[in-house]
Design a protein around this ligand. Structure first.
Ligand code: LLP
Length: 415
């Protein structure tokens, strides 16, 4: 559910007409709904009743300070994967004791910054990372709270670019080596072993892979405790999918939560989860304007809009489907078109052979479900300033990130 609805035919975000935002802020612009964000944070947390759980929002999905601050106020912690995300989370007022640090390649200065901040847990992904983290901690006279990310080798049945738990994946420590890796962690002077972690992939629609992973992780958690490790946190990562309007309906959060609670009943551990997409995807859309229309020799109709693959990379990178619709009352005449951006790449297609209501040049289009991995993956390719970001709350909105300027494009460069 989200708070982008039509009123008198015109698409609104909560009580604000999207056309007003486009007029005042320009386009392309990412628009987020406070009510949807709050609702999603609640729905996810409510789904975990029955578990001693902390939901750590995956900052990579969308890291705007205003969004992070809002989610913090909803009681969420944060999952970060870089020193930059640590900086963002702390700047948004996060309590360091709610932050977990994931990622296959952390730099020493990033480890040091997280140690100085006093984060909840480092999710280490290799034996060598354990050695490096211990060295950094010893130098700072600190103990790093660590979990190892294990690859539970379940098939998450998702796009190959976002499946992470296969045997060939770069992520995590293989299950066969995990007990030895824990032995190593326990022997290192700068580390305190506190948990066990996994993350099996993203945009996963079924509950089954999560249940399989939870079962394997529980068994491993118990084995490691019997080995003498004092594990307190079991981190099951993120990955629950959202509906993109392509006909697939992913499992609802409460079904997911109940299944996890069943699988983990009686386990003496705090459960950490790292939802990203689920929280923000449907809480955001990308507002764009039609620049012009053209026909190819092959009789295709192109609708060229002012947002491109640099602004929303998902369709080009993953062949991802995003629903798109006119902001004004949709015309009854339906047209089959390719909606493309201005970027000089054939891959710059936002929707291919899509049947949508007839659009004219100058009209506004909303690209739905763009809140997650939209702005956070945007780039300056083709020297295009990145979009503005707007957060709506009821009848009002705030520009929570200004549109980049031409000067921003060359900041730090020298002749
Ligand atoms: N935890 C870890 C360790 C992760 O790597 C990720 C996502 C998450 C949590 C959050 O997963 P979520 O709940 O959002 O599925 N750019 C791609 C998605 C990449 C996901 C990367 N890792 C996309 O646009 O589909």
């Amino acid at each position: 559910m989200n708070h982008f609805e039509r009123r008198r035919g015109e698409l609104h975000c909560e009580d604000v007409p999207l056309a007003r935002i486009a007029e005042e802020v320009g386009s392309p612009t990412y628009v987020y709904s406070t009510a949807t964000l709050v609702r999603h944070a609640r729905v996810f947390q409510d789904a975990l009743t029955g578990l001693d759980a902390l939901a750590c929002y995956a900052v990579k999905a969308s890291g705007n300070l205003a969004l992070l601050s809002l989610l913090r106020k909803q009681g969420m912690g944060f999952d970060i994967v870089s020193g930059g995300e640590l900086f963002r989370a702390l700047r948004a007022g996060a309590d360091a004791k709610t932050i977990v640090f994931s990622g296959v390649g952390k730099q020493r200065h990033e480890l040091a910054a997280a140690l100085e901040a006093g984060i909840l847990q480092f999710n280490c992904e290799s034996e060598e990372e354990l050695l490096q983290l211990s060295q950094v901690a010893v130098a700072l006279k600190k103990k790093a709270p660590v979990a190892l990310r294990v690859n539970p080798q379940v098939d998450a049945k998702t796009h190959p670019y976002i499946a992470t738990a296969l045997a060939t994946s770069k992520f995590g420590v293989p299950a066969q080596r995990i007990r030895d890796a824990y032995g190593l962690a326990a022997s290192l002077p700068g580390l305190e072993v506190v948990g066990l972690a996994c993350h099996i992939g993203s945009q996963i629609g079924e509950v089954k892979p999560f249940v399989q992973a939870a079962g394997k992780m529980r068994a491993l958690f118990e084995t490691l405790c019997r080995d003498g490790h004092d594990l307190r946190h079991l981190d099951l990562g993120g990955g629950l999918g959202v509906p993109y309007g392509d006909g697939k309906t992913p499992a609802a959060p409460d079904v997911y939560g109940r299944a996890l609670a069943r699988e983990l009943a009686g386990l003496d551990a705090r459960i950490l989860l790292e939802p990203g997409r689920l929280v923000v995807a449907n809480a955001g859309l990308l507002l764009t304007r039609v620049l012009l229309k053209k026909r190819s020799a092959g009789k295709r109709t192109f609708v060229v809009v002012d947002a491109g693959m640099n602004d929303l990379m998902r369709p080009a990178l993953y062949q991802a489907h995003h629903e798109l619709e006119p902001v004004a009352r949709p015309r009854t005449r339906i047209e089959r078109v390719d909606v493309v951006g201005p970027v000089c790449e054939s891959a710059d297609v936002l929707a291919k052979a899509r049947r949508i209501p007839h659009l004219l040049s100058g009209e506004l289009v909303a690209i739905r479900t763009a809140g997650a991995y939209g702005m956070s993956m945007a780039s300056n390719y083709n020297a295009r300033p990145r979009p503005a970001e707007v957060l709506v709350s009821g009848k009002t909105y705030k520009v929570v990130r200004e549109r980049e300027t031409l000067e921003d494009l060359v900041r730090g460069e020298r002749l």
